[in-house]
Ligand binder design. Sequence first.
Ligand code: TMP
Length: 238
Amino acid sequence: MKRGRMVYEGKAKRLFEVEQPDVFLVEFKNDATALNGEKKGQIEHKGELNNHISTAFFHVLENAGIATHFVETVSDTEMLVKKVEIIALEVVTRNIAAGSLAKRLGLEEGTVLSRPVVEFYYKNDALGDPLINRSHALAMGFATRIEIDYLEDQALKINQILREFLLARDLTLVDFKLEFGRLNTGELVLADEISPDTCRLWDVYSQEKLDKDRFRRDLGGVTEAYQEIWRRVGGTNA
Ligand code: TMP
């Protein structure tokens, strides 16, 4: 597909205009960052693996009635998505304590939460994406009360759908981050990506980490972990 002007370059993806006016082309990169950009590296084959894994998740969610920005996958590393105005909130849903929640609340990593927790973070690299509450989100004008309720509701629905899908593939969905965008009709849709960069995924039996924590914590075998996720969610099991 012919790429037009690059409209955005992020840590893991680049966004290009294409001939269709209401669509962008997303290119998934091998670049990886962690610790708020302090740790930088490359994960071999990450671009193609995350493109394929995200595609598989978007298909699962669309089939379950979740509105997303996904249009179609056009190459190993590229997909077409609907143009949206991204909401400045990262919506994190957690089933098991890990990462920043384990640290913040003094919980042992792996503690099962009695119910899923939904958190909002202000998407702002310079501030290190701080945790905020609904009141902050409203006061900052990121979304209306109705929209914030909708985001939380969608996050919980998506959690339920993906948890079941992944459990059937012997994977525990520990936590994940979603981003949403506004179409020019005003409708909110799921945007960005869903991949081992944005989820914590553990093998059900061994608890082995099969996600970006392998990069964040220098555990090695990063590409192999992403390949294993692709094998289980799409790849040879498709
Ligand atoms: P955390 O435990 O570091 O707050 O991360 C929670 C989940 O959100 C985890 O699956 C990783 C994901 N995440 C992102 O995708 N991007 C981010 O910038 C952050 C902080 C977390």
